[in-house]
Design a protein around this ligand. Structure first.
Ligand code: GMT
Length: 376
């Protein structure tokens, strides 16, 4: 099959997932064409069957805002015709599903019939998409997609509650390549065989307000009072400076390391003992799943789809997003006893295995076949 994947090229979960999916489809022999405004950060150059097409939006003084959707739909039409593409898979409704619908209409006019699969990721529904400025268009483009998928049962419910959707929505969970994490764990043990080390707590995100970064720092503050530990903060984003200030105010700046963005999160996670994710909204929590695949238990909020991944009392614990005390107590209860920690690590990894890439990518392949069949 020849597939175009439209996604955000950034470190955010939707772009990461779309890139991993595309690379896996290419491994399965499909021809995959990524379309984005920049090369996706996780996309490897060397992969065969993979193409990248950049959407360029030239500056023009009349435009206060550059018309990205226009440039994207034009690029879709061009690529689909040039490479005889069978199907568009767009990740994140805004503005990708909207641009795909325009492309589909233009192509139809020229005698090409190309279906759209839209995957909803979270903030496109729960935060941005339902804003009155966008809602009508988001609702329209979801309904006009040939197949709609979303990444958790919780996001499906939110979508049906907040929009008027008359299409079926298939839940296809996010995934990880468990073999990659297993390999990394072996390397980590070789590099650092001494297990009597200071405990490492990790947080990975885009440091946006929904990630509740302030709580990550507060929870770590409580942990380090009882347990010798350090905190690794991975990512970049608007609340980073506030978090750095808070660390200084609490005099823990020497124990908190801000590492910036990374393309190889598994290398940091394999040395970690606990992952914190107190988000106020989280449709799935790919970062939590990546931690679990690295044998790291998760203390998280119970928001959105997190309870579908993180199992309370088994792979970690869940509380309300602002219940700093319970999160701190739960974290300490896992970390203070090496046997308990080991048990949580094993269960976290076992749960992550159920989200392995080999289980999930074939579901997308079936969905593509269904979308193509529906055309006939
Ligand atoms: O978490 C973010 O702010 C980034 C956002 C994105 O669109 O990349 O992540 C969303 O999609 C991920 C992949 O499906 C999910 O794992 C995240 O839970 C979801 N984020 C939110 O719902 C806040």
């Amino acid at each position: 099959m020849k597939i175009t994947i439209v996604c955000y090229p950034t470190f955010g979960g939707s772009g990461v997932l779309a890139t991993e999916l595309g690379m896996s489809l290419a491994n399965h022999g499909h021809e995959v064409h990524f379309i984005a405004y920049k090369k996706p950060v996780r996309l490897k150059d060397s992969d065969k069957n993979i193409f990248f097409h950049e959407v360029k939006v030239p500056e023009y003084p009349l435009f206060n805002f550059q018309p990205y959707e226009l440039a994207l739909s034009t690029k879709l039409v061009e690529v689909i015709k040039l490479y005889s593409i069978d199907l568009m898979h767009v990740h994140y409704a805004i503005p990708h599903a909207y641009a795909a619908y325009m492309a589909k209409k233009m192509l139809k006019d020229q005698g090409f019939n190309v279906p759209i699969v839209t995957t909803l990721h979270g903030t496109d529904i729960t935060l941005v998409g339902n804003h009155p400025f966008y809602k009508t268009s988001v609702n329209f483009s979801i309904n006009k997609s040939d197949i709609v998928t979303c990444v958790s049962e919780s996001l499906k419910k939110d979508t049906l509650d907040q929009f008027e959707i008359y299409k079926d929505i298939d839940v296809v969970p996010n995934f990880i390549d468990i073999s990659k994490y297993k390999r990394q764990q072996e390397l980590c043990v070789e590099e650092n065989p001494d297990s009597n080390k200071e405990l490492i707590i990790t947080h990975v995100s885009n440091f946006r307000p929904v990630k509740n970064i302030k709580n990550v720092i507060q929870i770590f503050y409580n942990i380090q009072e009882k347990i010798s530990s350090k905190l690794m903060m991975i990512g970049e984003g608007p609340d980073k400076e506030m978090a750095e200030d808070l660390c200084r105010d609490l005099s823990i700046e020497n124990k908190v390391h801000f590492l910036g963005n990374t393309n190889q999160v598994e290398k940091n996670l394999c040395h970690s003992d606990l992952f914190l994710l107190p988000s106020t909204t989280e449709s799935f929590g790919l970062a939590a799943l990546e931690a679990m695949a690295s044998k790291v238990p998760v203390v998280s909020s119970n928001a959105g789809g997190l309870p579908e991944i993180n199992i309370h009392g088994e792979t970690g614990y869940l509380t309300d997003a602002n219940d700093i005390k319970s999160m701190s107590d739960y974290a300490i209860s896992i970390l203070e006893n090496p046997n308990v920690l080991e048990e949580f690590k094993i269960k976290a990894f076992n749960k992550a295995e159920s989200f392995d890439i080999n289980k999930v990518v074939p579901i997308y392949e079936k969905i593509y076949s269904k979308a193509l069949k529906q055309l006939k």
